[in-house]
Design a protein around this ligand. Sequence first.
Ligand code: HSE
Length: 397
Amino acid sequence: MSVKLAVLGHGVVGSGVVELFYKNKAKIEKRAGKELDIKYILDLRDFPDSPYKDKFTKDFNDILNDDEVVSVAECMGGIEPAFTFVKSCLEKGKSVSTSNKELVAAKGDILLRTAKENNCNFFFEASVGGAIPIIRPLHKCLAANDIDKVMGILNGTTNFILTKMKDDNMNFEDALKLAQELGYAEKDPTADVEGHDACRKICIISSLVFGKHVYPKSVYTKGISDLKLCDIESAEILGYSVKVIASVRKLENGKILPAVMPMLVPLENIISGVDDVFNAVMVYGDGIDKAMFYGRGAGKLPTASAVLGDVINTVQHDNTVVSQTWESVENNDFVAPIEEFKSKWYFRVPLDCKKVKTESYTSDDGISFITPKELTFAEAAEKIGELNALAYIPVLD
Ligand code: HSE
């Protein structure tokens, strides 16, 4: 008899999980070492034309109370009811694989503990980097390293928008609309545009690498809503591309500094060439020096691929806990404030500014230049006032 699976949510990712599962069923079963089938798909909407219409249920209890279901893919998004559903499944010993970064960033510690207590697994490879394997490499393949920095591009939608603006002269609104049509953006795309999605992902990576739960509210987060096309163009002339960089690094004082913000990336840095919906994550460790992970960061089948990889893993490890845990914490006092961040900065100042003494580029929009020295956020703020700066963006070293 086949092992029974359930999929919670039939949106972009959930429908991708069902589609990819049936497309590659024979291969998936071979790799899992067992016959598998999806018994339920949970969604409140009706899908009368779906070839899988007999599998739909609107009642979560059908799944929870069915002892045949041993592995559940959660693709609903949001914290509730996803948290309640996932926790109840784990309490019943059903392993869960999720693509829901909001859930993992908010409640990952609790769900990992619940899985361990109930002899099952909670996996979330699809929650960071879409198709890219990054969670399992950090947890398993790179486990022998002292990892002191992880950084990269973790939001496909903003990377897609920035690429379309730069290469195709598309305006922000049209590029966002296209990203939504292609199924890259969140239900509420402000989570992408304002950096919250990338923030959740760097929280998950930080918690995993440094062993304590990092909450989104502790992380400095800035999106792309006030970025101007003229700054993207000036940056390119100065030898940089503009990317939303999510990063976390260990400081000398033992604290960690996670952050999400647009940054100028030197064109010779491989990250500057990561375009469209692609994500890239660079991991720095004492054994590996550095390793880069690259691939499609969003979209139906790329994300479904990561969810199903986890589902296969749950089936292979039935009744064995192989998922990691990290500490629950009272507060995030081990997270350093953004004031400890230092970098060179890009400034655009008014055309009549006489104080620019360094190499610069002048256009109708102002004079653009990179500060010769690194500045903290406080020092940059002082300079912004002094120069009446029209734009200011930190530069990746
Ligand atoms: N909205 C997300 C992104 C989806 O654009 O990266 C993948 O997590």
